[in-house]
Design a protein around this ligand. Sequence first.
Ligand code: LMR
Length: 397
Amino acid sequence: MWKNVQPAPPDSILGLTDAFRKDQNPEKVNLGVGVYKDEEGNTPVLRCVKAAEKELLEIQVSKSYLPISGDPAYGDAVHRLILGEGNEVIASGRAATAHAPGGTGALRVGGDLIRKFNPDARLWVSSPTWANHNGIFGTAGFTISNYSYYDSKTRGLDFEGMMADLGKVPAGDVVLLHACCHNPSGVDLNAEQWQRVAALAAERGFVPFLDFAYQGFGEGVDEDRFAVEQFAATGIDVYVASSFSKNFGLYNERTGAITVITPSAEEAAVAMSHLKTVIRTNYSNPPAHGGLVASLILNSPELHAMWLEELGGMRDRIRNMRSALVQGLASNGVKGDFSFIEKQRGMFSFSGWSDEVVAQLRRDNSIYIVGGGRINLAGLTSSNIDYVCAAVAKAMK
Ligand code: LMR
């Protein structure tokens, strides 16, 4: 069969990591994939994770299967984290959560679940969005359309354009929103704007699907759940795909969750029963390790505090790199106002660098950036920032 099949192109993000690994240049810099790096350029195992893993080694007595939807204690921990302790949705049992393999797995399970009962629903994604959104939901069978989001002139949000587009979305269609730290632009909605979008969803009857992969990388764990809280309070169906890849550094443990919030506990129970059939027919039940680690941390006051401190350290380092990049570009004579980089939130910035500049940086300097100019600020360190800024200055001459 394969004799007649053309090879698929490399993945636009993970394919860069493969190319980076093979690159022999000792000065190479990976600003591609959204993975946190510390000041030494390493992606560390968090101290709270190491401590929880040590404990797990002692207390774990079995590797038997988890329930299809994962460990209930994990589901409870996810509820408290993404909805906030004391949220009415938790008390009233209006949310069903299943452990999914990473945020990507959560998006796909949610997509399959919606398609099962509403195969005519179209998916609306921001322009631009994470490239894999199109892949995941397209493969699940959705027809995908764009709504206005990023304004390349102001390098900010085109909120009026977004509202105008969302105002035309038919009832039952699904609107994918980045709950915080928009990927790839780093441009988020403010509180009032979120409230207006949530009210519009309730009024028009479109279905909000929140991709919540970067909780804690914007302003903080509590502040970053603002959008989730607003949609949850509307009383309509809401989907949330959350991930512990970034905020717990559990990337390769594939630890995420799909949460379906419904108007009543009865509907949540029905949603949960179908979540289980979607999961059972895809991968049967989730991998255990990452979820057990995350639950241990979130349920231990000591480890929880350690986690918040480590997460704050990651957030602060990225912010410092935003400022260092703006200063470094200016001191290397790169023309233009790059102050927008400091206003953006999360791991990414839309640099505005053209595909030619991105290609030249890779060819001449082994600096890897995602096509479209998205840079991962966490790939910058005080050791490589001068090298990167000098290379950008040369490429932009
Ligand atoms: C990214 O956008 O770089 C991350 O979410 C990693 C991925 O899977 O693409």
